[in-house]
Design a protein around this ligand. Structure first.
Ligand SMILES: [Zn+2]
Length: 430
């Protein structure tokens, strides 16, 4: 599969760091970010690369050549076949793809040359093939969803709505943001829009929302743009700490599993309405600390209100949308939420009898942790379960994980601070 990398953009907001080099040549620990991208692709078998270049293109072409040489930074072979499309006038970020139609005869990767990423691309491509359609977006939660575009999808991953930053958004929403990595069908580029420049998001992809031809692939892997000096500095620090590489799902992940009611949000008994979802003091700060540690932050919660017929799955989604919105406003995010909808005791009016079972996922049983471990390649023995109830710690111990009991109902932040001290969390696993 060919990887097309857009390496032509100007870096206006980051000009204070790099005035005379193009953004794709910004160094991350001494190696250009574009070379880091190529190495990530090459190591997974993606060796056919097309670079679209424009702004300051000579420095890129002179550095990489046709990919058969050695890296000036590392002395190692690039190990790729690199070809270029040179824009003589700005065509927008999708304009070049129409000129490259002859080269793009099957589905291809389209990546952004000034973002740092370390992603299991074969897993991404497999998801695209499984879901079908003309395009799949790589999506993830980020720490500023309130000023990011949002992707709204159904349970099967079909994108139903694409909201740009400017669009009006629902009051409560899932933190799901387009990361700028795509698998695309060349069929999208058969007829060129009649504009001098073509914008990929607005003119090609956004109109596919709701047609069944556009899907999203949610992943917690590391993808960050470096559009401002602050973000660039953060990316460099994460790279140095090993977090960028560690989060590739080919590697075993580590997680902090969090109970929900009484740990993250106020305990109100059975929580049935979004209005009743309120964060406990310090909860967002604690989760932000987990996010920054490189551990996954995953909620596992017993929600027998579903089996009791008191809350529908749609209503529970809305409650979780509120949780994600509130966390996002404070710069924190969850990598996933798992819930057990079951309850063992039958015989109450209004109940959903097929959910009244003795399941494997209701804590203290470890079913949700086992499912998450399968979904995200998690090493449970290196993971933690955090809650204020013995049922939580029992479910963690049942899978060989370690546990932290939150001692008071406002205690998540102090528990996470203790956790961070205990487990030298800032050292990623190899
Ligand atoms: Zn269950």
């Amino acid at each position: 599969m060919i990887a097309v990398i857009i390496a032509g953009g100007k870096g206006t907001r980051i000009a204070s760091i790099a005035k005379d080099i193009p953004k794709p040549m910004l160094p991350i620990e001494g190696v250009p970010v574009l070379e880091r991208e190529l190495e990530c692709l090459r190591s997974q078998g993606f060796t056919d690369v097309l670079l679209t270049v424009g702004h300051l293109k000579d420095s890129i072409i002179n550095y990489f050549g046709d990919g058969s040489g050695l890296s000036p930074a590392t002395g190692k072979p690039f190990g790729a076949r690199i070809d270029y499309f040179e824009e003589t006038e700005p065509l927008g970020n999708a304009g070049a793809l129409y000129e490259l139609r002859d080269r793009l005869t099957e589905d291809f990767l389209l990546l952004n040359g000034d973002a740092i990423f370390d992603v299991d691309f074969n897993r991404f491509v497999d998801a695209h093939r499984r879901m079908g359609g003309l395009a799949t977006l790589f999506t993830h939660p980020n720490n500023h969803p309130y000023d990011s575009g949002l992707i709204i999808a159904d349970k099967g991953g079909a994108v139903v709505e694409w909201l740009t930053k400017e669009d009006e958004r629902p009051r409560w929403y899932k933190n799901r943001v387009n990361a700028g990595l795509h698998v695309l069908s060349p069929k999208l580029f058969e007829v060129r829009p009649d504009t001098p420049k073509v914008d990929l998001d607005r003119q090609i992809l956004k109109p596919l929302a709701g047609t069944g031809e556009l899907h999203c692939y949610d992943s917690p892997e590391y993808v960050k743009d470096m559009g401002t000096p602050e973000r660039y500095a953060a990316v460099c620090a994460d790279f140095k700490a090993g977090i960028v590489n560690a989060k590739n799902l080919r590697n075993k992940q580590r997680a902090v599993f969090l109970d929900r009611d009484g740990t993250i949000n106020k305990y109100v008994g059975f929580l049935r309405e979004p209005e009743e979802m309120e964060l406990l003091p310090g909860a967002a700060e604690a989760i932000k600390r987990i996010n920054e540690s490189g551990y996954l932050a995953i909620v596992v919660t017993n929600q027998p209100v579903i089996a009791r017929g008191e809350v529908t799955v749609e209503q529970l989604d809305e409650i979780h949308n509120k949780l994600e919105t509130l966390l996002g406003q404070e710069g924190a995010y969850l990598d996933a939420i798992y819930y057990c909808p079951h309850h063992p005791d039958k015989g109450f009016p209004g109940e959903i009898s097929e959910l009244k079972i003795d399941c494997d996922c209701r804590k203290p049983k470890p079913g949700m942790l086992l499912k998450a471990a399968e979904d995200f390649n998690i090493d449970l023995s290196q993971s933690w379960m955090v809650g204020y109830d013995e049922r939580d710690t029992e479910s963690g111990k049942a899978v060989g994980g370690r546990t932290v009991l939150v001692e008071s109902k406002n205690g998540l932040l102090s528990a996470i601070n203790r956790w961070a001290d205990d487990c030298n969390s800032f050292q990623p696993s190899e």
